[in-house]
Design a protein around this ligand. Structure first.
Ligand code: PGA
Length: 248
């Protein structure tokens, strides 16, 4: 069985001092943790991660990457810049970016491509809104979002990580029921298997109000390979409980 992967998504939170206190607390509690772990931090703190996590089993990542390689794109951060800071993972297509920055499926697919070509693992987020779920469109929406990335990335697809994050569960305290999440994970798995003979290497994470209490049950589902954790990743105790749940 491949080891599970837990990724903290700090979103736009943190500061030099709070980051180092949080990481110190996390690192001091890692004995017994056997799953893979990472934190995706705001871009200005990547250099700090490179220093503080250099000898740690905890990897670090970014939360976005430019779809462009270089040039006149004020405010953008390229994949090769992320590479300079030892970034292992990069979240792409988070629903907050799709929603507040109008990111399309096509743009997300190019971002995944940029990350892959810099040797960075894109964590491709897919997920339906409440309205889409109520309209019975969950399957169509997540398949469409993933299809764009599969189409643009061909055989490299086995190098990605997928995160299923129902939009209605993000930051709301509402979690998908384990069976609900499992059902979507199973269909994403099938879609990946149809696209690549190496699909079984791809971790499919669940995200959306995963916390210290519900993590174990979610992670016990056969197609849930880990978690993308927002709020609970900012509390060392909660994050460590999730890491321990993923290490069983
Ligand atoms: P949440 O966020 O755990 O706070 O719901 C998850 C995410 O947005 O990645």
């Amino acid at each position: 069985m491949k080891s599970k992967l837990i990724v903290g998504n700090w979103k736009m939170n943190g500061g030099l001092r709070t980051n180092s206190a949080l990481l110190e607390a996390i690192q001091s509690g890692l004995s017994g943790v056997t799953c893979r772990a990472a934190v995706c931090v705001p871009a200005p703190y990547l250099a700090q991660m490179q220093t503080l996590l250099a000898d740690s089993p905890v990897a670090w990542g970014a939360q976005d990457v430019s779809a462009h390689e270089a040039g006149a794109y004020t405010g953008e951060v390229s994949a090769t810049m992320l590479q300079d800071f030892g970034v292992r993972y990069c979240i792409v297509g988070h629903s907050e970016r799709r929603q507040y920055h109008s990111e399309t499926d096509a743009l997300v697919a190019v971002k995944a491509q940029r990350a892959l070509s810099a040797g960075i693992t894109p964590i491709v987020c897919v997920g339906e809104t409440q309205a889409e779920r109520e309209a019975g469109q969950t399957e169509a929406v997540v398949k469409r979002q993933l299809a764009a990335v599969i189409h643009a990335n061909g055989h490299c697809i086995s190098e990605i990580v997928v995160a299923y994050e129902p939009v209605w569960a993000i930051g709301t305290g509402l979690t998908a029921a384990p069976e609900q999440a499992q059902a979507v994970h199973a269909l994403l798995r099938k879609q990946l298997q149809a696209a690549s003979s190496q699909a079984d290497r791809i971790a499919i994470l669940y995200g959306g109000s995963m916390n210290a209490v519900n993590a174990a049950t979610l992670l016990a589902q056969p197609d849930i390979d880990g978690g993308l954790v927002g709020g609970a990743a900012l509390q060392a105790d909660d994050f460590l409980t999730i890491l321990n749940s993923a290490s069983r």
